[in-house]
Design a protein around this ligand. Structure first.
Ligand SMILES: [Fe+2]
Ligand SMILES: [Fe+2]
Length: 359
């Protein structure tokens, strides 16, 4: 588990940061395309066709363009950032871009490799959206002279293979948690405009509706294949919920200044995002994590402490450093396992799948 943010000073550093694959950095995925090709959504046809119409309508086609004030706001605020804050913000931009581009590549690869018209059409729309998102963030990195070479990243970053069902659980969650993160920041800065230290946050409201819709697509696929949502698969759902929440918690706590600069408390922000994500995910998952349980919260705080100790050991190096890292790995494993063993909350699935983005 590595969270060391080495200083990002040049475009080379930024590109290296994006290509890194660690526990906490966004990954690139590939999957079993033949199995994807066999996905059948006919049992949710009406909801599916409605969703396809929304994609076709493309209400964000003109959203990802900078307005006249963008450059002025950048010029006003960026020189005021402390060097540490600047690093955290760059880290935030690079990891957000990598995760947007990860979706873009995965959806594009699926689109190219399947003949199933429903899946092909969905993937075309989602890749379109993610490519806009990644491109928009990259423009802001270019303002710092730190643009990421996306073609090169695609060629050089390692790919993780996930079976389609793991793609559905993980991608559904990352789309919905992405929505919850963007909307929580947007709503907060709407009330506290003096804390909006970069213009990109003004784009988050319409942006997160794309992520919400992407999540809806995976929700429909899973509801159309209900075996994915019962029996032994519940253990996988629980695993992915915990892995996604824990990763976000540790990653966010390693860059506290970013949230402080917005006037957000990292802990409160993360638990707000978990509450929203849990509420939405009841559309498809019959269980959720008890994130308000003090034992759960203590477990996440412990994971962050272990991650910090691990980073310090990594910096220290040598045999002692490596030993400490090994101890940290064992401690992280057991802390995660204890969190995994906690009781979950259970729900009945609603009759209709779709949820409205009302946060
Ligand atoms: Fe996106
Ligand atoms: Fe998305």
């Amino acid at each position: 588990m590595s969270t060391v943010i080495s200083s990002i000073e040049s475009a080379t550093d930024a590109n290296e940061k994006a290509v890194q694959s660690s526990m906490l950095n966004p990954r690139f995925y590939t999957t079993d395309f033949d199995a994807m090709d066999r996905i059948n959504v006919s049992s949710v046809r009406q909801e599916w066709d409605q969703m396809m119409k929304e994609y076709e309508g493309d209400n964000n086609h003109d959203h990802f363009q900078r307005d006249a004030q963008f450059a002025d706001e950048v010029a006003l605020h960026m020189p005021q950032l402390s060097p540490e804050m600047r690093q955290e913000f760059l880290d935030f931009l690079i990891s957000s871009l990598t995760s947007e581009f990860s979706g873009c590549i995965l959806y594009n690869e699926i689109r190219k490799h399947v003949n199933n018209p429903d899946i092909k059409q969905l993937m075309t729309y989602m890749a379109r959206d993610e490519s806009r998102h990644a491109g928009f963030i990259n423009q802001s990195l270019r303002d710092f002279g730190l643009g990421i070479d996306l073609g090169d990243l695609k060629r050089t970053k390692a790919y993780t293979f996930f079976k389609p069902k793991y793609i559905f659980y993980a991608t559904y969650l990352s789309e919905k948690i992405g929505y919850a993160r963007y909307i929580t920041i947007f709503r907060h800065l709407e009330k506290n405009p003096d804390k909006r230290f970069h213009p990109i946050f003004r784009w988050f409201e319409r942006w997160c509706n794309d992520e919400f819709r992407h999540g809806e697509s995976f929700a429909l696929i899973m509801r159309a294949n209900p075996h994915l949502l019962r029996g032994g698969n519940l253990l996988w759902i629980k695993f992915f919920l915990l892995a996604v929440y824990a990763t976000m918690y540790v990653r966010d706590h390693t860059r506290p200044m970013l949230h402080e600069a917005m006037g957000l408390n990292t802990d409160e922000y993360d638990y707000t995002v978990f509450r929203i994500t849990t509420e939405i995910s009841k559309q498809v998952f019959p269980l959720s994590l008890d994130t308000d349980n003090p034992q759960f919260r203590a477990g996440l705080a412990r994971l962050f402490e272990i991650s910090k100790a691990n980073d310090a050991a990594k910096l220290k190096g040598g045999i002692a450093g490596r030993l400490t890292q090994a101890v940290c790995a064992v401690q992280a494993f057991w802390t995660f396992a204890r969190l995994y063993m906690m009781d979950t909350l259970e729900h009945e699935l609603p009759a209709s799948t779709r949820v409205v983005p009302s946060w």
